[in-house]
Ligand binder design. Structure first.
Ligand code: HEC
Ligand code: HEC
Length: 249
């Protein structure tokens, strides 16, 4: 088991190095137009509706719709997801809209809108409200059990700590590993189940599927409950983490 965790870790470092290299060479020849991204985000383009209509005016996502927070998300990760939707490598099996939305945008539009979403601040008042969800009958899990999974993993099942790839409290490690903290609870639960049953399979080297297959329903609810409110700031270091700006590395 120790060995399998080690293997997961070394593969993930390999992936980061690989994708990192292509992101840098990509950065050399291109530029983004954040104003164009902002226009698409707020007004849509052609048949593609405004992103705000489902992801919220501030890009904070919506538990009732099952949409994710895009605000402040790792730029390269957003571009990759939009490409994966455009090429059907990832299927939106929640609202069945994102594949068409991504296809309706040019590769340049996708970079522009990703850069704009990345630039939006995370709004603390728009995080998932677990009490409200629980009061309305949604099963929400236990944050203290989720905290242990995120930081230490589940040794008896060979589940690695989420933080080993996604960074402190799941705050993201660009370019490969997305912010999973302060992400919408419903979205987190959905995606973990999709990784587990293989209906989402666009993860480099199957890294997330390998993790999710070892999680029970309760593990998923617990991890999602903790992550949905987990702060990106460490106690010892009050500075904001890497701000995931498009081309500063
Ligand atoms: C009609 C609703 C709707 C609209 C409009 C919409 N989205 Fe989405 N989006 C979704 C849903 C639902 C998901 C989750 C799909 C899933 O569960 O796999 C999603 C997922 C995404 C993701 C994946 C994020 C992640 O964390 O993996 C990105 C990126 C995204 N949308 C970007 C956009 C952009 C950019 C626009 C505007 C051009 C947009 N969306 C418009 C409903 C929408
Ligand atoms: C071995 C590295 C690794 C570990 C450990 C790991 N993840 Fe991931 N995770 C990834 C990668 C890589 C992606 C991005 C996949 C992609 O490109 O779509 C990801 C994506 C995700 C997503 C989708 C985010 C989004 O916005 O669409 C969720 C949710 C997630 N991980 C949750 C977890 C949880 C919870 C744990 C701990 C139980 C965990 N991950 C542990 C590598 C890892």
């Amino acid at each position: 088991m120790q060995r399998s965790i080690f293997k997961l870790l070394t593969t993930s470092l390999g992936a980061a190095a690989m994708v990192g290299a292509s992101a840098v060479s990509m950065a050399a020849g291109i530029s983004v137009n954040v104003a164009n991204g902002q226009k698409i985000f707020n007004e849509g383009k052609g048949d593609v509706p405004a992103c705000t209509s489902c992801h919220g005016a501030e890009g904070m996502g919506d538990d009732a719709m099952g949409t994710p927070r895009l605000a402040g998300q790792v730029y390269q990760f957003l571009v990759k997801q939009l490409e994966d939707f455009a090429t059907d490598k990832r299927q939106d099996t929640t609202m069945f809209v994102m594949n068409a939305n991504a296809k309706g945008l040019t590769p340049q539009d996708r970079m522009d809108v990703a850069a704009y979403a990345n630039s939006l601040a995370v709004s603390g008042s728009k995080l998932s409200n677990l009490k409200e969800l629980s009061d309305s009958g949604t099963q929400v899990g236990q944050t203290h059990l989720g905290k242990a999974i995120v930081n230490y993993g589940l040794l008896d099942k060979g589940v690695p700590a989420c933080a080993s790839c996604h960074g402190y409290n799941g705050r993201g490690t660009d370019p490969v590993y997305p912010n999973i903290n302060q992400q919408k609870f419903t979205y987190l639960v959905n995606q973990l189940k999709k990784w587990r049953d293989g209906s989402r399979a666009n993860d480099p080297m199957g890294q997330m599927q390998a993790v999710a297959r070892k999680l029970s329903d309760d593990d998923i609810l617990n991890a999602a409950a903790y992550l949905s409110g987990a702060s990106p700031l460490t106690m010892g270091n009050p500075r904001a983490p890497a701000e995931h700006k498009p081309f500063d590395h």
